[in-house]
Ligand binder design. Structure first.
Ligand code: NAD
Length: 486
């Protein structure tokens, strides 16, 4: 396949493409070979002002449309974005590294999710109350909070934007999106596609540039009423600190360190397939990756053999020119360095490398951020790979004898995002899922995120929730209206 042309995009403000006010740009490089894949403007504080002002102006009109009108307009916009899925998917594969087919399906799945929320707009129901006197009437209605700042990371650059944009637009809010400077091309192009699809001017704006500067200015901006962010726990805590003095509404999806418990009665083929998928897909760069596996001592070795075989079958490479590739490069140069540091630390503490544990050899990987799918066994609980977010293709195993011990070790974490359990026993399913300290428990599968399931990080993994119809309330505020009849 010939090298695709670099993608040069402008900011999206008031439905128009605009360069940065000082003309400066940020170059984006391929994680596969370091080539320039495109560029975006480096928005200035003046651009941020213009974007927030546009969103603020648009809010009055957008929020006073009927829910049915909003649903229709949003669906028209997503239909246009869906028609651009090939180009948008290519932008993501080029900048992020995941194979083209996975990037493309992230675009279409995001359109589906935004449509799910569009359909929720007419279901934002209020209620009436019985009153203490017949002369009173009382009802409650929900109103949109206003301008929302949507701040997003690089691992699922469009999906994690859709999780915020869907409920925000359906609720009647307007948005200023600030994607990560690591992978800004696909989310910015996605926003342009939605605007071209008919979102009214100012309803959706997108500015790109350095994270802390632009992000903090957005969070602090007096006209921004709500901040929704996915990213690291440290950044989330900083945002909460900045928002607190203004009592702004905030929702945060943060880091994860997800355990999988594999019981002696588990279907080992299913457990291995699921752990391989959740541990290594997207080069392990997922908040819901399986990081640590607690396997019953009776099945530990059989599971390890299956996982090792699956890891060694995986193909690495440029998933744009070669559709058979399973794993692309990691997105940032820091990725393989961090994975190696975690592996070295585990080995120094007594863990064994069953497969991987290094960068792949060979000229074709030399210029990319590649790291082999890695399996460690006998990993002690105090190893970094069991406690910190590796955010790489590294799965660490340990053995257990009693379910209580496995649950205690699974819960021994600052994070509380997702836990996986493999068993055929109903009592074990109920006991373990009650006791696991995570916002999501997946039993015998890895299909973590669905439109209907709330995704809430417990402990250091989040604040508020995303997904499910309930997430729309993160973008609404209640109003009680009490009338005394004359
Ligand atoms: P990050 O925290 O570095 O950045 C996230 C976003 O915040 C980016 O847009 C960044 O530019 C912006 N930002 C950075 N500093 C800021 C500041 N001081 N104020 C405001 N905004 C700021 O995270 P990342 O490296 O882009 O993404 C990886 C992290 O995201 C991992 O920790 C991962 O676990 C987490 N993540 C969580 C979920 C989830 O749903 N829980 C999903 C995916 C990723």
């Amino acid at each position: 396949m010939p090298q695709p042309n670099p993608i040069h995009l402008d900011l999206l403000i008031d439905a128009s493409p605009r360069p940065a006010s000082d003309g400066s740009r940020l170059e984006i490089r391929s994680p596969h070979d370091g080539a320039t894949v495109g560029s975006v403007p480096k928005a200035t504080p003046a651009d941020l002002e213009t974007a927030v002002a546009a969103a603020h102006r648009a809010f009055t009109q957008w929020s006073s449309r009927t829910a049915y009108e909003r649903e229709r307009i949003i669906r028209q916009a997503t239909a246009h974005a869906r028609s651009q899925a090939d180009a948008l998917g290519l932008a993501m594969a080029l900048e992020q590294g995941k194979p083209l087919a996975q990037s493309r399906s992230e675009i279409t799945a995001t359109c589906d999710l935004i449509d799910y929320y569009a359909a929720e707009a007419p279901r934002i129901e209020g209620w009436t109350n019985p009153t203490e006197d017949r002369a009173y009437r009382s009802w409650v209605q929900w109103q949109p909070v206003g301008v929302c700042a949507l701040i997003t990371p690089w691992n699922y650059p469009v999906a994690l934007l859709g999780w915020k944009l869907g409920p925000a637009l359906a609720a009647g809010c307007t948005a200023v999106v600030k994607p990560t400077p690591v992978t800004p091309l696909s989310p910015l192009a996605f926003c342009h596609a939605l605007a071209q699809g008919g979102l009214p001017p100012g309803v959706l704006n997108a500015i790109t540039g350095p994270g802390p500067d632009l992000g903090e200015a957005l969070v602090r901006h007096p006209r921004v009423a709500k901040i929704a962010m996915t990213g690291s726990t440290a950044t989330g805590k900083r945002i909460l600190e900045l928002a607190a003095p203004h009592l702004k509404k905030v929702s945060l999806e943060l880091g994860g360190q997800c355990p999988a418990i594999v019981c002696a009665d588990a279907d080992l083929d299913l457990a291995a397939r699921t752990i391989a998928y959740k541990g290594w897909r997207n080069a392990g760069q997922s908040c819901s990756s399986v990081n640590r596996v607690y396997a019953h001592a009776d099945v530990h070795d059989a599971l390890a053999l299956r996982l090792q075989a699956l890891a060694e079958k995986m193909t690495l490479g440029d998933g744009i020119s070669d559709p058979s590739v399973d794993l692309g490069p990691m997105t940032t140069p820091h990725g393989p360095l961090n994975a190696q540091a975690h592996v070295d630390d585990a080995v120094a503490r007594g863990a064994r490398i069953l497969t991987g544990g290094r960068r792949p050899p060979g000229e074709s990987y030399a210029r990319g951020h590649y790291y082999l799918p890695t399996l460690l066994s006998d990993c002690p609980q105090d190893a970094r790979v069991m406690r910190e977010e590796t955010f790489g293709p590294v799965v660490a195993m340990a053995r257990f004898r009693s379910l209580e011990d496995a649950i205690a070790r699974a819960n021994d974490s600052a994070y509380g995002l997702v836990a996986y359990l493999f068993t055929r026993d109903l009592a074990t399913t109920v006991r373990a899922s009650d006791a696991l300290e995570t916002g999501t428990v997946c039993v015998n599968h890895g299909a973590v995120n669905t439109a209907y399931g709330p995704y809430a990080g417990w402990k250091d993994s989040g604040y508020g929730l995303e997904l499910s119809r309930h997430a729309i309330h993160e973008y609404l505020k209640p109003k009680h209206i009490k009338v005394a009849l004359p």
